[in-house]
Write a protein that binds this ligand. Structure first.
Ligand code: AP5
Length: 217
């Protein structure tokens, strides 16, 4: 992939489960040095470590529902420092309250672009049920579209690939429903500020990445 000049935009990735936010975030992190912050990953880390917060949110996530705004906002504030470099927010905001909080408390006067990943719902389920993730480094695979070379081992670190707890078809359907119920006001929020861009997320991963980079130019 070709290199592009560094940019100063904070990025917000908005899109339904399985649209490719995490996949594109890994490209931006590698090529443009973005700091990738994914609230889903932060929450799964809390669950894996059996913290009080993790125990509190475990069943909510397993059912595909949203964790409360208070919990995710606090988690984000504890893990985010814009002085360290440009951030890419993945899976946040998911409600209008979160969008306003992100702007007022974290992004403030910094330049920001919100990118909506547009994709048909019927593609999502196939992507998600076939997703596998490295249990150590988090690299994302797909047994149909992007398999690892070594069956159930990560190409990067050889650790075991696992399926996420909430990637079963019935939970995925619920997650998509929750997304559709909540995202209207979030998209309107960014649209009204003139900050919303869209990308066709049904295309090949490299093509999606090129489209995103063009938004900076
Ligand atoms: P979270 O972890 O944020 O999950 P999500 O938004 O549902 O998104 P995913 O991680 O499932 O998908 P993705 O878009 O990153 O797709 P990926 O790149 O992996 O949230 C999980 C839960 O946490 C929520 O349900 C909620 O409970 C809680 N939560 C998190 N944040 C919260 C918040 N702010 N407020 C409240 N609750 C919150 O790709 C998917 C698959 O497709 C992969 O296998 C990949 O290889 C493949 N793929 C990707 N791109 C392509 C392509 N272009 N072509 C073909 N295949 C592709």
């Amino acid at each position: 992939m070709s290199s592009v000049s560094p940019n100063v935009y904070q990025l917000v990735f908005l899109g339904p489960p399985g649209c490719g936010k995490g996949t594109q975030a890994s490209y931006l992190k590698k090529e443009l040095n973005y700091r990738h912050i994914a609230t889903g990953d932060l929450l799964r880390h809390e669950i894996a470590n059996k913290t009080p917060l993790g125990l509190n949110v475990q069943s909510i996530m397993a059912e595909g529902r949203l964790v409360s705004d208070e919990i995710v906002i606090e988690l984000l504030e504890n893990h985010c420092d814009l002085a360290k470099g440009p951030y890419l927010f993945d899976g946040f905001p998911r409600t209008e309250v979160q969008a306003k909080m992100l702007q007022e408390k974290i992004i403030k006067d910094a330049a920001v672009l919100a990118i909506e990943f547009k994709i048909d719902t019927n593609i999502l389920i196939e992507r998600i049920v076939n997703r596998r993730t490295c249990s150590q480094c988090g690299t994302i695979y797909n047994i149909k579209f992007k398999p690892s070379k070594n069956q159930d081992k990560c190409d990067q670190c050889q650790s075991l690939l696992v399926q996420r707890e909430d990637d079963k078809e019935d939970v995925v359907t619920k997650r998509i429903q929750v997304y559709n119920e909540n995202m209207g006001p979030v998209l309107s929020y960014y649209k009204n500020l003139g900050l919303l861009r869209q990308v066709d997320a049904s295309l090949l991963g490299d093509t999606v990445f090129e489209s995103i980079k063009q938004m900076f130019e």
